[in-house]
Design a protein around this ligand. Structure first.
Ligand SMILES: Cc1cc2nc3c(=O)[nH]c(=O)nc-3n(C[C@H](O)[C@H](O)[C@H](O)COP(=O)(O)OP(=O)(O)OC[C@H]3O[C@@H](n4cnc5c(N)ncnc54)[C@H](O)[C@@H]3O)c2cc1C
Length: 409
């Protein structure tokens, strides 16, 4: 079998791996993007029913990399976020106008993000898509990293990047362990139609079994108002809700959504996702780096998982592109160390915050309930605190990379 040589081999053509390939390829690096699913399946609506809340910070990265213009028509701005604690009259209101003219984030369907990214890499001569293909082994003992695919093909690269998700093969093959746990909650994801417009408002209602989020989407082509639903519930209850027929499921949706959107109905399809927290003990090994879910998986309570991955991507691509300009080895251990050191604390801090939020809100214990309601009310009354939380949630605080600051590579 022939051996093909690249600057960077990316394992995993999910949103993270494909974004990374598009950025590196656009900057002239030769990239192999290896994905085990056929690209047509990844772009279909049966594969991933989720939307992503793309923060202001991630949008800057995508804009600077020239990847946002194609997504913008499908992106619904989030101008307001309302956080409610079950039936409590106290709630927290984040209004984007308090921190500037930009929306707090934008909701885009994952299938459309994948479609747009695949279109871009197909038009980028420096990116070679290898799919469907599964990576079977990784060898980093020589002067280059070598990947062998299940069909026997071989790929050599200066560096292998694991973008292969929560059960990362690259991570395991590099001998990197993880810490974490599975939550007792699963998420039900679907698309909901509604009678009244959402006015670009996202709502997160904390119920005892888990948060119920309504995320504003662009109207359908026939004018139907739509919101994406992320309904987190106890893992034992989720299979029962998944099996409900349409009228019974819609009655459950209506009771959780309340009346502010008028009558609601399910457009679907319905998906379910088990939830977990998992963190790689290292993000790097000789000639290996991990990005996005391969390095860290968090609870979706704050819609930040992929946004953290975007920050990994922005920094690692800057380091690799700068290094390529010097003509030196991309697998340099000092470069890898810089990446790990810069990204680790940010990712750990977000993982811990989302975990604490979930534990604090997903319960019905009276003293905790009282404390969190008072907490919500207090933050809502203090503009400085509101602005602090908004900037963190927007990913606008402390950008570590040029792309993160909206500059080109
Ligand atoms: C319910 C829910 C809602 C969410 N909402 C948000 C949100 O609003 N905002 C946000 O920022 N994040 C959100 N997230 C998190 C976000 O979805 C993930 O962080 C993101 O999808 C991770 O992308 P990824 O490319 O790293 O991994 P994946 O999407 O898992 O992609 C990994 C890819 O690698 C491929 N692969 C795996 N192993 C191999 C192998 N050996 N060889 C070849 N290919 C391989 C897989 O086929 C897959 O395509 C949410 C998560 C959930 C569960």
């Amino acid at each position: 079998m022939s051996l093909r040589r690249f600057d960077v081999a990316i394992v995993g053509g999910g949103i993270a791996g494909t974004t990374f390939a598009a950025i590196l390829g656009g900057a002239g690096l030769t990239v192999a993007l290896i994905e085990r699913q056929p690209p047509a399946a990844l772009k279909g609506s049966a594969y991933d029913g989720r939307t992503t809340a793309i923060t202001f910070g991630s949008r800057k990265v995508l804009e600077a990399a020239g990847l946002w213009a194609d997504l913008a028509p499908h992106a619904c701005p989030i101008d307001d976020i309302r956080v409610a604690d079950d039936a409590s009259p106290l709630f927290l209101h984040f209004d984007s106008r308090e921190v500037g003219d930009d929306p707090l984030g934008s909701i885009v369907e994952n299938r459309l993000i994948r479609k747009s990214l695949y279109k871009r890499i197909s038009a980028t001569a420096t990116v070679t898509q290898i799919a469907p293909a599964t990576v079977a082994s990784l060898d980093t003992s020589g002067s280059l990293a070598r990947l062998t695919l299940a069909d026997g093909r071989e790929i050599a690269a200066d560096i292998v990047v694991g973008a292969d998700g929560r059960d990362s093969f690259v991570r395991a093959a590099a001998g990197i362990e993880t810490i974490g746990w599975a939550y007792m909650q699963h998420a039900i994801v679907t698309i909901m139609g509604h009678e009244l417009p959402h006015d670009n408002v996202a709502v997160e209602n904390f119920l005892p079994a888990g948060p119920f989020a309504m995320l504003p989407m662009t109207d359908a082509s026939d004018g139907t108002h739509r919101s994406s639903i992320v309904w987190t519930d106890h893992m034992d209850a989720v299979p029962l809700y998944m099996k409900l027929d349409l009228p019974a499921f819609e009655a459950e949706l209506q009771s959780r959504a309340g009346e502010w959107l008028g009558r609601v109905w399910e457009i679907g399809p319905r998906f379910t996702y088990p939830l977990q927290l998992r963190h790689a003990k290292r993000y790097i090994a000789p000639r290996v780096a991990l990005i996005a879910d391969a390095a860290h998986v968090i609870h979706p309570i704050a819609g930040q998982g992929l946004n953290l991955g975007m920050r990994d991507i922005a920094l690692l691509s800057e380091l690799l592109v700068d290094r390529r300009r010097t003509g030196l080895d991309l697998g340099d251990p000092m470069l890898l160390k810089r990446y790990e050191d810069a990204r680790r604390m940010d990712n750990i801090a977000f993982s811990a915050t989302t975990d604490i939020l979930d534990r604090l809100f997903s319960n019905d214990i009276p003293p905790i309930k009282l404390a969190r309601r008072m907490g919500l009310g207090a933050v809502n009354r203090v503009p400085f605190l509101r602005r602090f939380f908004m900037r963190r949630a927007m990913g606008a605080a402390g950008a570590l990379s040029r792309l993160g600051r909206g500059e080109r590579l």
